[in-house]
Ligand binder design. Structure first.
Ligand SMILES: NC(=O)C1=CN([C@@H]2O[C@H](COP(=O)(O)OP(=O)(O)OC[C@H]3O[C@@H](n4cnc5c(N)ncnc54)[C@H](OP(=O)(O)O)[C@@H]3O)[C@@H](O)[C@H]2O)[C@@H](O)CC1
Ligand SMILES: [K+]
Length: 480
């Protein structure tokens, strides 16, 4: 599990820890970890050309101390001081004493660099890069050097992952003590490259429940349901799928395709497209009547391609089993009926649907996705999976961390991919997973399946994603 804490919590933990340590000890730990990571990336430190971009705060301090270590190991290190009068004094003195030099012309040193360290801003920065830093950050990117962000790529918002102006793009980020939410959430995540965490002893002083977390393979492996010797199809759960219409028959097929690969023992399709479903999936149970007459299920998926069938949404929401609402279902749902439910509800909007549910602009939701997913889940008393370049999942209990899915790929932006995800997540609900786990495991498997499909051929279709789900399960169960 990767876990991330907001800046205020990092600062509180830092203050507690600093009170027990000699002055400068924490920065020394950070700089040592940073220099070691740089040495790894360089392979050979002696003779390497390293450029430090140094801002006015402690982020610049870490960078200067790490630069001093690299200079002592024989690297030629130049520092570009973006605020020369305010550069970290002790760090600058140590850097110069180790043989590091302050650059007169940033562009000249950058053009020959092997490695650039971005220490312009860390957790104290806000509002994108300031104008003086923009051409320097661009030159670093264009230099061909490996660019390493110190703690965070400068210019991104640590707490939300927003990028409000220009931000530096790094190949790797070396972060201290804990991940920051922005390192797990796009667009900031994309600027960070590969993230390496340096332990500086902050762990025991941080709250045990993080603000944001990301599942990794072993976490998903533990959560996924495993059939046992005593399982039969009913014990493994039956998922009901109320999806598709004469206008959108494919949505019925794709939702069932996802549901069949989600761990439930059986899939019961309810709606007008039973013939199309059985033609593709003879193993599906089908029922042409309304959901209330369909027989017992352990969870429902309602909405993909449903058209204007409000009645079906109302019947499903009135049931006493977990319900996933997607697509047209989100447009047709009665908010009071969702809030009145006693069994869990999982809503799976994209940004446009989330905006409609919140009564906000789509752009507003896209700019502040972490806020939007929390707000939606609180307002509806439901677990919410907000789809996007980083899919976010929030439970209605605000004490639980928001999960950021690490597996998404741009190839998933294709018609019908949401239908497959809904079926998959609904099936995991029917198999007994709590909604937060069902949603985050589904997003993870869906992303992994898309990556597998894309490794065979691109562009990928939603049907291919559904087909690759079995292999994705196997990857998770048998790590190499
Ligand atoms: N906390 C910890 O546990 C540990 C923290 N450590 C390290 O300290 C870092 C935090 O240091 P920090 O607090 O000094 O802030 P930091 O990020 O260097 O920058 C703030 C300065 O930048 C300025 N500024 C603001 N926005 C800007 C912008 N857009 N573009 C340009 N400038 C901008 C603003 O100055 P202003 O000009 O607004 O007066 C402000 O003074 C942290 O990320 C980590 O690296 C480690 O050493 C060990 C443990
Ligand atoms: K930085």
């Amino acid at each position: 599990m990767r876990t991330a804490h907001r800046v205020e919590k990092v600062r509180a933990a830092e203050a507690e820890l600093m009170a027990r340590l000699p002055d400068g000890a924490l920065m020394a730990r950070a700089a040592a970890g940073l220099a070691a990571a740089c040495a790894d990336l360089l392979g050979r430190v002696y003779g390497a050309r390293v450029v430090l971009l140094v801002g006015s705060g402690d982020n610049g301090g870490d960078t200067l101390w790490a630069g001093a270590r690299l200079a002592r190991r024989g690297a030629a290190v130049h520092a570009v001081l973006l605020a020369p009068d305010r550069a970290h004094a002790a760090g600058l003195a140590a850097f110069q004493a180790a043989g590091g030099r302050v650059a007169d012309d940033p562009f000249a040193v950058l053009s020959g660099a092997d490695l650039v360290l971005d220490g312009i801003t860390g957790i104290g920065g806000t509002g994108g890069l300031r104008p003086a830093a923009v051409p320097v950050a661009r030159a670093a990117r264009g230099s061909g050097a490996v660019v390493v962000a110190v703690d965070l790529p400068s210019g991104v918002e640590a707490d939300s992952g927003e990028v409000r102006g220009e931000a530096l793009r790094a190949d790797a980020t070396v972060t201290f003590g804990t991940d920051k939410p922005g390192l797990l959430i796009d667009p900031a995540r994309e600027h960070a490259g590969t993230v390496r965490l340096v332990d500086i002893g902050l762990g025991p002083h941080l709250p045990s429940v993080p603000d944001v977390e990301s599942l990794q393979h072993p976490d998903v492996a533990v959560l996924l349901p495993e059939p046992s010797g005593e399982s039969d199809k009913y014990r493994r759960g039956v998922v009901g799928v109320a999806a598709g219409s004469a206008r959108y028959p494919g949505a019925a097929v794709l939702t069932v395709a996802g549901a069949l690969r989600g761990g439930a023992g059986a899939v019961r399709y309810v709606g007008p497209e039973g013939a199309a479903v059985v033609a593709r999936f003879p193993e599906a149970l089908v029922h042409a009547g309304p959901p209330v007459k369909a027989g017992r299920v352990q969870a429902w998926v309602v909405g993909p391609g449903l058209g204007d069938d409000e009645d079906t949404v109302g019947q499903v929401l009135a049931s006493d089993v977990p319900v996933l609402v997607d697509a047209d279902g989100l447009r047709l749902l009665d908010p009071d009926a969702v809030r009145a439910r006693t069994a869990p509800t999982l809503l799976t909007p994209h940004a446009g649907e989330a905006a409609a549910l919140l009564g906000r602009d789509r752009a507003e939701v896209e700019a502040g996705r972490l806020d939007a997913v929390r707000e939606l889940s609180a307002r509806y008393g439901a677990t919410v999976l907000l789809k996007g370049s980083t899919t976010l999942i929030a439970a209605p209990d605000p004490r639980l961390p928001v999960r950021a899915d690490p597996m998404g790929t741009p190839w998933l932006a294709t018609a019908g991919s949401g239908d497959v995800l809904s079926g998959l997540a609904g099936s995991l609900l029917a198999a007994g997973l709590p909604p937060l786990d069902a949603a985050s495991c589904a997003a993870y498997l869906h992303g992994l399946a898309a990556r597998r499909a894309a490794a065979v051929s691109t562009p990928i279709t939603s049907y291919e994603v559904a087909d690759a789900l079995g292999a994705a399960w196997r990857d998770i169960r048998t790590p190499d």
